[in-house]
Write a protein that binds this ligand. Structure first.
Ligand code: NAP
Length: 253
């Protein structure tokens, strides 16, 4: 067990990549606090983890609101006494070009995807410093490394997450706080299922998404979770400020 006695907080832990990560980190011994806005989905993940003998709790938190992020961090500290790992993962997508995007839509994507990560870092870092260190992992995207057609606000938000990760890593490297991000390729989660379902030709969209990766398929959420586990564990103890693409070779092209 690589995370025995560690405490991990996971935003967006009730679905997709966050859910797979919550299950994996709990299996590796971490006590897990998951959050999201959907209480029912959150309870399902907590039950799954508890049934396998793990420790988990859910608290509702909208990451677009700083006060709710602070409340999430305070809840984890009250419950388990410490935090060792924060996975800033909650996110939303928007299929629009820059000319189609309204101010309200841009604010909404930036507030969840970028502001949520920013304030997650802000409120957890004092606790990590007090304990002598910890690991923050942010979910960026391949859309934060290279441009993706039709994803203007999303790319802007994820590009921001990549550089914010590097910046925060530098400010706190001497305190033992490591900050990295994962950049998944298309991953089979409810986010992608929704995107495929609302496209004019879902079967073709699914195939196109798979084919854009040199490995010829999409990622499974568990494959992203494995990368997060590595960055959360002491096995990555000299790695900070990095953006790890988990993309079947897509950004190697
Ligand atoms: P997902 O299944 O839709 O999960 C998104 C999660 O974010 C849900 O748990 C959702 O919970 C939470 N969330 C959304 N808005 C929130 C808010 N305002 N406050 C708190 N939580 C919020 O999609 P996913 O693919 O696992 O996405 C996870 C992360 O991976 C996102 O950052 C996404 O951008 C990124 N990503 C995904 C892919 C992909 O292909 N799937 C690729 C690259 C990066 P509630 O709805 O309950 O709030």
């Amino acid at each position: 067990m690589r995370l025995l006695n560690k405490v991990a907080v996971i935003t967006g832990g009730n679905s997709g990549i966050g859910k797979a990560t919550a299950i994996l980190l709990a299996k590796e011994g971490a006590k897990v606090v998951i959050s999201g806005r959907d209480l029912e989905l959150g309870r399902e993940v907590v039950d799954l983890i508890k049934k396998s003998g793990g420790k988990a709790a859910f608290i509702r938190a909208d990451v677009s609101k700083e006060a709710e992020i602070k409340n999430l961090i305070d809840f984890a500290i009250r419950l388990y006494g410490r935090i060792d790992i924060l996975f800033n993962n909650a996110g939303i997508e928007l299929q629009k070009t820059v000319t189609e995007t309204t101010e309200e839509e841009l604010n909404s994507v930036l507030n969840v995807n970028l502001k949520g990560v920013f304030f997650g870092c802000k409120h957890v870092i004092p606790h990590l410093i007090k304990q002598g260190g910890g690991s923050i992992i942010n979910t960026a995207s391949i859309a934060g490394l290279v441009g993706s057609p039709g994803l203007a606000a999303y790319c802007a938000s994820k590009g921001g997450v990549v550089l914010l990760t590097k910046q925060v890593a530098l400010d706190f490297a001497k305190s033992g706080v490591r900050v990295n991000c994962v950049c998944p390729g298309a991953t089979m989660t409810p986010m992608v299922e929704r995107f495929v379902a609302k496209s004019p030709n879902p079967e073709k969209t699914f195939e196109d998404l798979a084919k854009m990766h040199p490995m010829g398929r999409m990622a499974k959420p568990e494959e992203i979770a494995n990368a997060v586990l590595f960055l959360a564990s002491d096995e990555s103890s000299f790695i900070t400020g990095q953006a790890l693409a988990v993309d079947g070779g897509l950004t190697a092209q």
